[in-house]
Ligand binder design. Structure first.
Ligand code: ADP
Length: 196
């Protein structure tokens, strides 16, 4: 199964991706994590990306497409994947569709995790204390939320037009959210559908 996870910063995409891949045996592809690893490794991409991440802006579509194209060549994606953090605007959604068509691996479902912005801001403040993320400052979070509203929120409509969008509520604890996701993709204990 090939899944795109959508949701605001702090909506729990990364957490749910982690739980889903345990359940479904899929590979997690987080573009935020790929970029943070590049920053840590001090690669050329990392050096260029750091300032952009810290401002809460988006890395260019061209760079992101190169990164995701390379990642999708990995042997570990053959059994299915969860994309977390990509696509983040309509241009990325269109490029991804073309790329996956070429690879013969179209998206099966896009899952939007809906949360209210107050909850998100509280969660991110907590995460900033727990993890060492230099982009979790209040100023950057506000900027990321703005970028999300303006550029990423329309991506849900892109998948809705293709009949691929499903939405779940992201409040409650992580297992409650996981159960909601499993039930909308019909991979609960009561379903016979197998992930491919
Ligand atoms: P969050 O969803 O909490 O904002 P991510 O880990 O998904 O966190 O992303 C962190 C940062 O990485 C973003 O603010 C952005 O600068 C960069 N980034 C991640 N994915 C993309 C993408 N698809 N396109 C452009 N920039 C991206």
């Amino acid at each position: 199964m090939r899944i795109v996870l959508l949701g605001a910063p702090g909506s729990g995409k990364g957490t749910q991706a982690g739980l889903l891949l345990e359940q479904l045996g899929l590979t997690h592809i987080s573009t935020g994590a790929l970029l943070r690893n590049a920053v840590k490794a001090g690669s050329e991409l990392g050096l260029r990306a750091k300032a952009i991440l810290d401002r809460g802006e988006l890395v260019s579509d061209r760079v992101m497409l190169g990164l995701i194209e390379e990642r999708l060549q990995g042997d570990d994606v053959a059994g299915g994947f969860i994309l977390d953090g990509y696509p983040r605007n309509l241009a990325q959604a269109a490029s991804l569709e073309t790329l996956l068509e070429k690879l013969g691996k179209p998206i099966d479902v896009a899952i939007q995790i809906d949360v209210d912005s107050e909850l998100v801001i509280r969660r991110i403040a907590k995460r900033a204390k727990e993890e060492d993320r230099s982009d979790d400052t209040e100023k950057t979070v506000r900027k990321r939320m703005k970028v999300y509203q303006e550029q990423t929120a329309p991506v849900a409509g892109y998948y809705a037009e293709r009949g691929l969008l499903t939405r779940v509520l992201g409040d409650g604890n992580k297992d409650e959210v996981l159960q909601r996701i499993l039930s909308v993709i019909s991979v609960g204990s009561s379903s016979g559908l197998q992930p491919d």
